[in-house]
Design a protein around this ligand. Structure first.
Ligand SMILES: Cc1cc2nc3c(=O)[nH]c(=O)nc-3n(C[C@H](O)[C@H](O)[C@H](O)COP(=O)(O)O)c2cc1C
Length: 401
């Protein structure tokens, strides 16, 4: 067994590395993504600082968190900041959240003018506040509206590839992903990403990779598989068992950005380096905190860093003891002082490999607008004015997909 295999979970110990030529690069219109690995859009998480940390570890497509079109078009400061990037971020990718085709095309055009290389559109948000108004994962139930939104996004994006990301559906009775795939293809989307859970499942249970395989066999545009990639070998297993064209990695990289180095290695047919020990993790945390401070300023940057402290230290011995102080840290020095009380030579804990970070969530019934199922042919965009359009209310309440 290689050194790395001792650090993977038993189900992945015997998974073969990618053979030469086994997996093609992911082709999104004119954009080539090699290895075929995409960082999942995650609200409150995939801002420029985290994307830049991930990119240091390996190539791929690093998508922004979902950005509210109304907040963006109304010029809200935080929304604009979250949609922004820094020179050198290439390819640059932004996920749009909207319900009105007009907003989607206008935002897509504006982002293309600002230099984005890829646009994704969120049709998976399961949050009650959103679905209750007919937004997020409720939209694919209305096929005509979905088609209009995708067509508007594709038109606004012009030569830039425009993709969509969906869930399997509302619940097991109301599955929408196969129709969404057909519509995405007909309206010119460059790919479709599938989070293989229903909205009712939130983040609970196991992702149903068989749905990814079913979608792959029903469309000719590329299919991106998403759900439960915790380790690099999970990505190879997902590609092999579903035939999908690329993978979207969400919670598995929270506090583990080196997962992208491991993914790059296994796709290139190499055994990855062993995961970092705590000393090295602390160095990555310090770098991440500096990037957050540069981007958000010292106060907001360190406030953001607090949740990362929990994720980075998850599973390390005695980390629960220092977590009390880590969730309150106000400076990098405080953070390092708390971390130095731990055994910095401790290897990365196996138990932390498949431990969900960010969201778990129990099964839930999905709130839809009153009488929604009787009006599925109606392609009028839902009225979402009850939902705040600035990033603060948006991020706090709408995160998810
Ligand atoms: C904290 C958090 C925020 C999320 N925000 C978004 C989002 O803004 N847009 C989106 O399409 N999905 C969002 N998601 C869903 C992820 O993109 C992904 O589909 C989901 O986590 C499943 O992948 P995983 O099992 O690899 O985590 C979010 C997930 C988490 C954990």
């Amino acid at each position: 067994m290689t050194a790395f295999r001792a650090h993977v979970s038993p189900e992945n110990r015997a998974v073969p590395l990618a053979a030469a030529g086994e997996f093609a690069p992911l082709q999104l219109g004119g954009l080539k993504v090699d290895p075929p690995v995409v960082l999942a859009p995650m609200a409150g998480v995939t801002n420029y600082p985290f994307r830049s940390v991930c990119r240091e570890f390996g190539a791929g497509l690093y998508v922004s968190e979902m950005i509210s079109a109304r907040g963006y078009l109304n010029g809200h400061r935080l929304t604009r900041l979250l949609a922004s990037s820094q020179p050198g971020e290439r390819p640059r990718s932004v996920q749009i959240y909207a319900t009105d085709p007009k907003d989607v095309s206008e935002m897509a055009r504006s982002l293309v003018d600002s230099g984005v290389d890829h646009l994704d559109m969120n049709f998976g948000c399961p949050v009650p506040k959103v679905t209750r108004h007919g937004g997020g994962s409720a939209i694919p139930l209305k096929k005509k509206l979905l088609a209009k939104i995708v067509a508007a996004g594709v038109a606004g994006a012009g030569a830039v590839p425009f993709t969509i990301k969906v869930r399997k559906g509302i619940d097991d009775e109301l599955l929408t992903f196969l129709d969404a795939g057909r519509i995405a293809q007909e309206e010119g989307a460059a790919a479709i990403g599938l989070h293989a859970r229903t909205a009712a499942q939130l983040y609970s249970g196991e992702a149903d990779w068989s749905a990814i395989a079913a979608l792959k066999s029903s469309v000719s545009i590329p299919v991106l598989g998403n759900g439960d990639i915790w380790e690099s070998f999970d990505a190879l297993r997902m590609m092999r068992t579903t035939g999908c064209d690329g993978v979207i990695v969400g919670r598995g990289c929270l506090g583990r950005p080196w997962l992208f180095a491991e993914l790059a290695a296994v796709f290139a047919g190499r055994e990855p380096d062993v995961p970092p020990n705590l000393r090295r993790v602390v160095a990555i945390m310090e770098d991440h905190a500096r990037r957050l401070i540069d981007f958000f300023g010292p106060e907001v940057g360190m406030r953001q860093m607090r949740k990362w402290c929990s994720w980075y230290t998850k599973g390390f011995r005695n980390s629960s003891v220092v977590r009390e102080s880590l969730v309150r840290v106000a400076s990098i020095e405080d953070m390092l002082a708390a971390l130095r009380t731990l055994d910095l030579d401790e290897p990365f804990p196996m138990a932390a490999l498949r431990a969900p970070r960010g969201k778990t969530g129990r099964q839930n019934s999905v709130a839809l607008p009153h009488g929604y199922l009787a009006t599925l042919d109606d392609d009028t965009p839902p009225d979402e004015s009850a939902i705040g359009d600035d990033a603060e209310s948006f991020e706090g309440s709408l995160s998810g997909g």
